[in-house]
Ligand binder design. Sequence first.
Ligand code: IPE
Ligand code: IPE
Ligand code: MG
Length: 242
Amino acid sequence: MTRDLSVPRHLAIVMDGNGRWAKKRHLPRFFGHKAGVDGLLKVIKACADRGIEYLTVFAFSSENWKRPEDEVSGLMGLVLVAVTKYLAKLAGDGVRIVIVGERDGLSDRLRAAWDEAEQLTQHNTRITLSVAFNYGGRWDLVQACQQAVAAGLRPEQITEQSISAFMAMRHAPDPDLFIRTGGEVRISNFMLWQVAYSELVFTDCLWPDFDVAALDAALATYAGRERRFGGVETRSVEPATG
Ligand code: IPE
Ligand code: IPE
Ligand code: MG
């Protein structure tokens, strides 16, 4: 079966704007995060239905520890509730869950919840959902280099392929499409190595408002892009004649 190249194989999303969504409704920020988790479920299903094989979402960055303690603990608690509430459904729907990020510094309960989610879904094949949690692109590069050194790689063995093989995202191809909701136009330390040639789409839509129609709009934008990877355009080039 040939793949439809107008659909990204790997979609990466910075789910931003939860706090502002809550603020607009005069609610504490926590309610924005809660609405954001509930909205994610529909996006996962829609991605799987559209033939996207890998969905990676940025849920908590290495830098998000700078937030007030009650917001951080609210987010950690929310994750535990979400795993209890949604894991069985996701597992039944064929979603493979992979958690990417630093596990040190997380509570034993949260680590156990992530382990359970990964173990229960490890043989699923419909879509791979990678949750970037306590994740940063710089963290990933540093830990990949540390592993390469620990494995005794010689300088000439340090290549793009060998570094990629040590990265936390090694189970997925590079993202074809990168979406950031919430109106900010920056990467905020997400997948720095892997977005080298991703198509970038920034939308003002706040993450809890990002519904299937918004997803389809971003996918349509992607389908209209011409990817070149440093080469020449591929679709409209006529073969050279002698
Ligand atoms: C994204 O929403 C979720 C996390 C970073 C955990 P924000 O909480 O950053 O929402 P805004 O950007 O303040 O609106
Ligand atoms: C990026 O959003 C991280 C997540 C969505 C998890 P932030 O809200 O943390 O990014 P900045 O601080 O606006 O760059
Ligand atoms: Mg934000």
